[in-house]
Design a binder for this molecule. Sequence first.
Ligand code: ATP
Length: 131
Amino acid sequence: MSFKLEIVTPDRTVISEEVDFLRVRGTEGELGILPGHAPLFAVLEIDILQFRRDAKEEVVALMGGFMEVGPDQVSIVSDGAERAVEIDVLRARAAKERAEAQLAKVKDVGAEVALQRALIRLQAAQGSRAI
Ligand code: ATP
């Protein structure tokens, strides 16, 4: 048993494939989705998303968004998402350092969000956290 996972950003379709299990973090907590899950709509946080197909596990850096769980498909619309293998680690490190330098000067919400995006990209690139 599997279901279709689709992750779409303003630029592209990042993921469109059959998966067995999905884990994301919603504003109200972590959500694990298996085939046959009840219909659901959730607002998602900036966090890593994990999915599994057979024994293969993958990590995606997700820049928040909206998720709709339907009968055979989970659709996520996000501002940005990158598969772990697509992440440019040097760019994410540079973004982290820029955001930290800005936050050292002034508490700025934009810099806080930029820091969170960079940290999630670095975490996803490391493929940390067992499913
Ligand atoms: P930066 O400051 O490095 O541009 P950002 O968080 O401001 O980072 P975004 O505006 O979230 O970048 O993303 C712009 C585009 O660049 C998106 O398509 C996003 O997927 C991509 N992107 C951003 N950072 C990385 C990265 N480290 N590796 C790969 N793609 C990235």
